[in-house]
Write a protein that binds this ligand. Structure first.
Ligand code: C2E
Ligand code: CA
Ligand code: CA
Ligand code: CA
Length: 278
């Protein structure tokens, strides 16, 4: 078998383990889903902590699977990243978020930015800034109403990342660091990258009430962000106690089930319109 490449291949495909097979099937299904328009964006509102107003929203992808129903991103984003499908998929996300936001603005709904999650694979593309510029141009959305979220766990060359982010910010787009505090290079990023805001990871916010260490960390991140002239938003806010804590420490914004879960476009459209008519 060793000498015959063909047989070798057949042997292996016959013996393919179930995990690998599942992965291949998933990657095939993802490609098909992109062609069949099976993805949908949900939007989670972000609230200003002093006024209580909705001041932004994060676009979160869902897969409307014909058989499995609504599939959460944790069940397909890793496979999409591994296979590279995340590149066209991520581009679709930016396009759809810009199109939707512009449509709401044209309706007269108060203008707020939409945040989109960027994967490291997208971020490593040489022409990312041109793609984003094209999308902004064709959607007609002003760049300041688009924010791109990157995570610090993205193991990348800070030199190159810095150049890439500079090009994006020159378009007028804002950059935020997602899941702040969970990576290993936080300070390196803060010092070297042109970012507008930090998103404090949910894992620190969750136990503010019970864990004095977490409370101290959150308070310190807020103070540091402000000293660096960065905006700061807390993720995963679920309780009134957390809101009080964040407000008393002058955190700018919050996002979480306490305010609202992620909503489909019809639901958030209605929420934003109701706000307008109040
Ligand atoms: P993330 O960017 O950290 O997004 C926040 C996640 O926390 C969302 O999960 C949201 O539904 C959830 N969440 C919001 N508020 C609360 C809360 O109060 N409590 C708790 N326990 N959870 C809350 P979701 O939508 O399942 O997304 C999971 C992750 O998938 C995202 O984490 C992001 O890393 C990734 N993701 C989502 N959409 C995209 C996308 O379009 N592109 C890429 N590359 N990744 C995406
Ligand atoms: Ca995010
Ligand atoms: Ca996050
Ligand atoms: Ca996360």
């Amino acid at each position: 078998v060793k000498e015959n490449g063909k047989d070798d291949y057949l042997l292996h495909s016959g013996e393919m383990d179930p995990v690998a097979l599942h992965k291949l099937t998933l990657q095939h299904d993802l490609r098909k889903a992109l062609l069949n328009d099976e993805f949908q964006l949900y939007y989670q509102p972000q609230y200003d902590l002093s006024s209580g107003q909705i001041v932004g929203m994060e676009a979160l992808i869902r897969w409307k699977h014909p058989k499995r129903g609504l599939v959460p991103p944790c069940d397909f984003i890793p496979a999409a990243e591994e296979s590279g499908i995340i590149v066209p998929l991520g581009e679709w996300v930016i396009k759809e978020a810009c199109r939707q936001n512009k449509a709401w603005q044209d309706e007269g709904i108060p203008r707020i930015p939409v945040s989109v999650n960027l994967s490291i694979r997208q971020f490593s593309q040489r022409n990312l800034n041109e793609k984003v510029a094209d999308i902004l141009r064709s959607s007609g959305l002003e760049p300041r109403y688009l924010e791109l979220e990157i995570t610090e766990s993205m193991t990348m060359d800070v030199e190159r990342a810095s150049q890439c982010l500079k090009e994006l910010t020159e378009l007028g787009v804002n950059i935020s660091i997602d899941d702040f505090g969970t990576g290993y290079s936080s300070f390196h990023y803060l010092k070297n990258l042109p970012i507008a805001r930090l998103k404090i990871d949910r894992s620190f916010v969750r136990d503010i009430q019970q864990d004095p260490n977490d409370a101290a960390i959150v308070a310190a991140i807020i103070a540091m962000a402000h000293n660096l002239s960065l905006q700061v938003i807390a993720e995963g806010v679920e309780t009134e106690h957390q809101v009080h804590f964040l407000r008393s420490h002058r955190c700018d914004e919050m996002q979480g089930y306490y305010g609202s879960p992620p909503l489909c476009s019809e639901e958030i459209g209605k929420l934003l319109r109701d706000k307008l008519n109040r």
